[in-house]
Structures are given as C-alpha cells and as structure tokens.
Design a protein around this ligand. Sequence first.
Ligand code: ZN
Length: 435
Amino acid sequence: MGCCHYAAPAEGCDTAFSVDISAITYGPGALAEVGDHAQARGITRCALFTDKLIAGLEHLSIVRDSLIAAGVDVVVYDECRVEPTDESFLAASRFASQGGFDGYISVGGGSVIDTAKAANLYATHPAEFLTYVNAPIGGGVAVPGPLKPHIACPTTCGTGSECTGIAVFDLLAIKAKTGIVSRHMRPSQAVVDPTVTATLPATVVAASGFDVLSHALESYTARPDAARAAAARASLRPQSQGANPWSDIGCLESLRLIGDYLERAVADAGDDEARGHLMFAATLAGIAFGNAGCHLPHGMSYSVSGLVRDFQPEGYPDDKPIVPHGMSVIVNAPSVFRFTAQACPERHLRAAECLGGNTGGAGLDDAGEVVAARLIELMRATGIPNGVSGVGYGEADIPALTEGSFPQRRLLDNAPLDVSREALADLYKGALSYW
Ligand SMILES: [Zn+2]
C-alpha cells in the first residue's frame, strides 16, 4: 500500500508549502548572549516578561544583566500566569502599551512566551481583544503587519512556543482554551540554553517531554499539506499546513531523541546529556509543528485542562488545580493514534520505530497498537497519570469534554481523518484508562 502523503495535490488543493522559522541560537550559556542579540536587533528599551517563579531564578538575572551590559533599558514584568487567560493577556497588553518599548524579551515556559506574543500584538496593533482570536470563538481577523522584535528564551523543554506564531489562553467566559495564530507573532529569535533544565522537577520534565513528543507525532501524522484546500492568496496559507517534507525532518529526529532520552531526562536532574537532547528535540518539534500543525491530542487537551476539578500534580504551583499542558495532551494520545493509524499506517509505524517501540514483525494493521503500546510504556515509566481518568474525569464527563473540544477546528481539521462529534466522544472513552 502506498503512503497517502505527498501524492500529487488533488484538484483545488495547495501545490506549495512555506517554511517559517525563528532565528535560533542553541547551546549552554546562550542566555548570556541575549543583550547582544537585542542590541543587534535595534532594541533600546525592552519589556522583559517572566513569571513570579522564574523571577527568582538565576536565568532571569543572567538575561537582565546581559541586556543592561548591552545598554538596553529593561523593565521586568513578572505577572505572567501559568496557563494564561484573556484577563492575564489583557493586563500584559496594557503594561506593554504604556511602557514605550521597542522590543520584547521573554524568559519562561510557553505561558510566559505566549503572554509576550499577545502583549506585543496588542501594543503594536491595538484592537478589541477578541478581534484576532481564532474564529469561531473570536473574530479571526488577520494580524495587519509585523510586530516589534521579540527574543524568546524557553526555560522548559516542552512548548516549542519560541518557534511558533501561536499564543494559547483560557477564555474565562466560556471556560475553554483558544488562541491567536499569526506568523507575525512568531518570535524574531529563540535563544535556547539547555542549562535551564537542570532546575526542573521530574514531573515538569515528564509533562513537557510528552508535549514535545506529541508535537512531533501529531505533526508527522497530520493531514498531508497537499490534501489541504489552497488558500485564496499565498499570504493566507495557514501555519498549520499539514505534514510536509520540511516538518517531517524535525519530527523524526525529535521522536528519535525522545525515544532515547526521555526516561533518563525525567529520572535524573543531573543528566545534562539527556536533558540537553530533550531541549533540542523540543526546538526541532517546535519548528515542525509551527509549520505543520498539531491535531487531535492537542485539540482534545483543551477541555481536559479547561474543565479541571481538583487535580494537582507535584512540582507545580499548588494554589490552584491544574492539568499541565503536556499531561493534558498525552493522556489522549494512545487512544487517538489507535484511531488515526488507519489513515497513514506507514507513518505510525515509522514514528513508533523512532520512539524505540517494538515494531518487529508488525504489519500495517498493527500500526496503531504498536505506537500506542510504546506511548503507554513511556507514560508508565515516567509517572504520567493513567489516561483521562488519571487526571480526575470519569465516563460521565465525556459529553462535556467532547463539547469543549469540538469547536477546536484548527486542530481537529488538521487530523488525517474526519472526526465527528460521536467519534470524538469515542476517543475520550478510549482514553479513560490504559492500564
Ligand atoms: Zn503542546
């Protein structure tokens, strides 16, 4: 059976793909270079975004000192929220609008980087908040032009947000996650310093590592870009283009690194080699999903995290219940890949092989089971909860979980198969528990 990917584009489908990517600096000690990079980009007065936790860590002082040494005026904003909301985006945007900044620096996880993207957007192109938010929840209006320079410095090895033009938040009025997507929001530069991972608790590395894994696996198995209807104009081609030859390269290498190093990186905070490889895998996967797009595990995660009742994992702030992003994604993943394997079984087998799964003797009909088995093995080895029930949901919650995710069209439509409301409910049912 031939692979469905990269066939000649069907009538009306796109015949080209674009590669959008941040400039990237990677390596131990890179945080101390931020001041020089900022100066080279013409930044004279910057807003330095972070959160309360990171504000007390050495990473922030290294970046701030390097900016000051380069003659850049720095104003720190440490009010970024873990799991940002429209309110926290708006507060950050007000700060940005009033500060007279000509550039932005973010030091933190995806929440901090996404907050800086939103603040940069609304300070540069002011509008009513829902204007740029994804339709149908928001107006889905295209961002009118470039933003100010933004240098993003991730402090977790997961989100890949430093490489994408996506900012995700909880819209409080409807208790659901949604986002703003524009290639103009992609940070101008990512400065990725793997030494930041040495201070991360094991649960945080596990959750963010699985986020990386799912970015790569979803992008690799996304609907092929040649099967996506062409945009009216080239400049309107979506960032979620679907799987394409460029994104495949990053996905496969990222999966290989995760298969080799995830367990070691979680088990031992002092394992610089493993944590460094995981950080690089996150960057590769970020570039890949920024150009291909995720699909069902991410689409389903929005309601898993948004409807949280009382789940509180170790290693996270204990002031409110939270299902960390990577955890809310991966609990859906084995159920999803059992389902999507029928669309492109070769790709599922290849991904399982990269992850170190047992593909010996497996045929195309086994592809979903093989990839699910390897995911479950890695989840159990790293202390991830047992499916959606492991983070506090039961069968009675399936209708609410389904309703919360079904509007996530950007993600659901990027799956390699069409997903009805009933099929989505079945995927949650299959994700309740795995062992
Ligand atoms: Zn993610």
